[in-house]
Design a protein around this ligand. Structure first.
Ligand code: PRX
Length: 669
């Protein structure tokens, strides 16, 4: 099959949605109070601008100084940035470090040794706390256990875990012995897990019998068994299983080991591996426009610095903060802002196994009250869902411990932003709307709480050292308030290094879609944006065939592939449609094999089929049967037409390139 990895220009559009229309007319500005500014590391716009200028004038000094100051080095680096072979960057060449040392060992020599590093709350209400000393000991034991299973530096270890402390412990243990981890979100199906195990060449899987979510037991180990069935992943030699739900699961002798049996007896000393700055730290799969999900590769030192610095700047972390990010460790947000960023800074990070649910819609607020959480970081989808449920629920709780609120994962509409500020933040907490991606390793555009006046719906300004811009298809900056492609014009330490096993795809997807005439490389990963006259960025969402459902990124092509793998389906096209809570919903248009009837049962069957092929997050909200799909004469599906139809809108734009115009009428009907 001829797979085209580059993003298809025809799919791009900067058409306005209602959200975008509303943000364009947004006039409100909220400035940090003087008192608030004075307490922050980066106090006031002048301090921010000074850092921006320093990074602009001499980026090598800026990043070099930061890396020397913020990280521990076993051996110093000799070169800050090697950009001789763009887009392949090397940061902090010659240096040796280890992120687990930076997250744990270095705090043991300070007053942080007995500070709480991790507070974990299970959905049934069980709580576990780990001081930095205790977490260090657990990580060392786990690292020794991995070694005892024959896992060594360079071996890729997959994690398929519920949100339990062992997930964070396993990540840090892998990092400690230099085994890159690949965390696969526990909501993905066994098929999706198998694809990732094969693509990543995993040698082991760390999992659990199951976890608790929405008052139910979710099973995990059976999915691992299914993924490994029939020797489909011959490189996977061992499976380490945490007991969480006590479900009755099968253990295959010689392959499967209980965590309790293998980890608990180990020594709590394990010297960290001296890692080259550019040694792989992890591979994390994410969806793109085309093809299967890509294994985004992040390396040791640059990622560590970026997660560390961005966490410090954006949350202005203080010694007594209790910080909670509601993401799952299966996503980049969990990597950078539950585990690595907070721990590298010696902060207290909270992990929650569950989610708000009908039996406990106030679960989040209850947790904030119970643990005195001061910084809360969540997704706009969650905020919109809470808004819908009404303020009476959060009003039942004491949320006065909160001092800072954050959002991530999708554009936030001004209405949800204001609700968050007024109801959750008592009109007193700054909001940091953080724009970034799996590929960027950490936040790129965000307000700084003591410096940046905020506008509801805008991620505001790029962080120091990040040269972001909005450009046209020639890579030229567009005027203020015009739509364009959101790009980054210089390398930064946390940037992804490549797509695992596919350098060509890395180059073509991210760096060669827009090539300015001067031949420079600029990074583009699929978002459209506008910049206002103050230079503030307003991210409009994806302009490629990636849809963002509740902050989860899905490729339309993945869902289409899942649909056509059903024997009733001849062709499928999938588009997103605006959804007031989820951001986007999934709508599929399907043509059937001849002789197959378009029944309601088949609709349900297809929805379930997608769920079992990819995972419940990819379940289409709607399946439309159609005799034909709108195609150009060259046979390309015109998804823009389907997007309009799915949204219930008039079909906009040129339809003259349709091969058969009667298809449009049939679809309308
Ligand atoms: O479209 C942007 C959206 O999420 C995409 C990245 O998804 P993922 O790699 O899964 O990482 C999510 C967590 C960082 C982006 O291309 N996105 C993320 N943050 C924002 C956002 N869109 C608007 N505003 C944001 N703050």
């Amino acid at each position: 099959m001829n797979v085209i990895y580059a993003i298809d220009v025809d799919f791009m559009s900067f058409e306005s949605s209602s959200t975008i229309e509303s943000v364009l007319h947004e006039q409100r500005v909220f400035s940090p109070s003087l008192d608030e500014s004075n307490k922050c590391r980066i106090s006031g716009l002048n301090s921010y601008q000074k850092m921006v200028d320093e990074a602009q004038v001499d980026p090598i000094k800026f990043w070099g100084d930061a890396a020397r100051k913020e990280l521990h080095w076993f051996e110093p680096f000799t070169n800050v940035l090697n950009w001789n072979n763009p887009p392949f960057a090397k940061w902090f060449e010659g240096g040796k470090t280890n992120i687990s040392f930076n997250c744990l060992d270095r705090h043991l020599k300070t007053s942080n040794a007995d500070k709480c590093a991790l507070i974990w709350e299970g959905e049934p209400g069980d709580v576990r706390r780990f001081t930095y000393k205790e977490l260090h000991s657990e990580v060392c034991k786990t690292a020794n256990a991995l070694k005892s299973l024959g896992i060594k530096k360079g071996d890729l270890v997959a994690l398929y875990m519920p949100m339990v402390p062992e997930a964070a412990i396993a990540m840090l243990a892998c990092a400690r012995i230099g085994a890159p981890h690949s965390v696969v979100f526990g909501g993905f199906s066994s098929e999706a897990l198998r694809d990732r195990l094969i693509d990543g060449d995993a040698v082991a899987v760390i999992t659990a019998d199951g976890g608790f979510r929405k008052d139910k037991e979710v099973s995990l180990k059976p999915a691992v068994d299914a993924a490994l069935a029939g020797n489909s992943c011959p490189n996977v030699k061992s499976v380490l299983v945490v007991q969480r739900t006590k479900a009755d699961i099968e253990m295959q002798s010689g392959r499967d080991y209980w965590w309790e049996d293998v980890v608990t007896p180990q020594s709590s000393d394990c010297d960290p591996e001296y890692m080259d700055s550019e040694d792989r730290l992890f591979v994390l799969y994410t969806s793109g426009s085309t093809g299967k999900p890509k294994g985004v590769v992040h390396t040791t030192a640059g990622y560590n610095l970026w997660a560390h610095l961005t966490f410090q700047w954006i949350f202005d972390i203080r010694s007594d903060d209790i910080y909670w990010c509601t993401a799952d460790v299966g996503w980049i947000t969990g990597h950078s802002y539950i585990v690595y960023g907070p721990l590298s800074n010696g902060a207290t990070t909270v992990m929650y196994e569950g989610v708000p649910r009908p039996s406990n819609p106030g679960a989040f607020w209850e947790l904030i009250q119970k643990h005195n959480i001061s910084i809360f970081y969540t997704a706009p989808t969650a905020i919109r869902a809470f808004m819908k449920m009404g303020r009476a629920i959060p009003d039942e709780f004491d949320l006065t411990s909160l001092r800072l609120l954050g959002t991530v994962g999708e554009p936030i509409n001004p209405e949800a932003w204001m609700w968050y500020r007024d109801v959750i933040g008592r009109e007193q907490c700054p909001i940091v709307d953080t724009w970034w991606q799996t590929e960027t390793g950490g936040v790129m555009i965000s307000p700084l709480p003591g410096a940046t006046p905020t506008k509801p719906g805008s991620a505001t300004l790029p962080l120091p050292g990040i040269e972001a811009d909005v450009v046209d298809s020639d890579g030229l900056s567009v005027p203020a308030n015009e739509g364009g492609y959101l790009v980054v014009k210089r390398p930064w330490p946390g940037m992804m290094r490549t797509v695992h096993g596919n350098e060509k795809r890395f180059r073509e997807s991210y760096w060669e879609f827009l090539r300015p005439k001067d031949g420079s490389y600029i990074y583009f990963a699929g978002d459209g944006a506008r910049r206002d006259t103050d230079g503030y960025f307003w991210v409009m969402g994806r302009v490629d065939d990636v849809i963002n459902v509740s902050g989860h990124r899905l490729g339309t092509m993945e869902i289409e592939s899942a649909l056509v793998s059903h024997d009733a389906v001849s062709e499928a096209a999938v588009v997103g449609r605006p959804d007031s809570v989820k951001g986007e919903g999934i709508v599929a248009f399907v043509t059937l094999e001849s002789g197959r009837a378009s029944t309601e049962e088949l609709q349900t069957d297809l929805i379930n089929h997608v769920s079992s092929e990819i995972g419940p997050i990819a379940r289409p909200d709607e399946i439309n049967f159609s005799e034909a799909l709108p195609k150009t004469r060259s046979g390309k599906i015109m998804r823009r037409i389907l997007r309009d139809l799915a949204a219930g809108a008039d079909v906009k734009g040129d339809t003259s390139t349709l091969e058969d115009r009667s298809v449009l009428d049939k679809l309308r009907n």
